[in-house]
Design a protein. Structure first.
Length: 135
């Protein structure tokens, strides 16, 4: 399966004093990419929570390669590289055209409403399979 693609435009308020996108803002961009990918795959966070499932981020590794600036149109590519019974490894890239600006690896876990690890049922796991990519 190819990466899911989300497009957004950099806004002036997201810039640091050097007129680059602030490093912390990239985390919000990555979150927007994952959320939109899940929604497009038919996985609404609210629906999972109502069923007793929560997805939590446990680890984030981000590599910054080049800065984005105000007015840039960015594409966030999102996919799941590995999906286990409780954890998954998401991979994401932020691009300006063909230029890779950011690469990220995110580990996420499945937990219940109290935050305890919870194995995904086959039905819940099947909801995430459209986002699996070929490594």
């Amino acid at each position: 399966m190819p990466f899911h693609r989300t497009t957004l435009r950099v806004r002036f308020g997201e810039l640091d004093p050097y007129n680059h996108v602030n490093h912390a803002v990239y985390l919000a961009y990555l979150e927007a990419g994952r959320t939109e990918a899940m929604e497009d795959a038919g996985i609404a966070i609210q629906d999972l929570a109502a069923m007793g499932w929560n997805v939590v981020i446990t680890d984030v590794v981000v590599k910054f390669k080049a800065p984005a600036v105000a007015g840039d149109t960015l594409t966030i590519e999102t996919g799941i590289e590995q999906l286990g019974a409780v954890t998954g490894r998401w991979v994401q890239r932020i691009l300006r055209g063909d230029q890779v600006l950011v690469e990220a690896e995110i580990r996420a876990g499945s937990v219940d409403a109290t935050g305890r690890p919870k194995r995904m049922t086959p039905e819940v796991k099947a909801r995430f399979t459209p986002l699996l990519i070929e490594a």
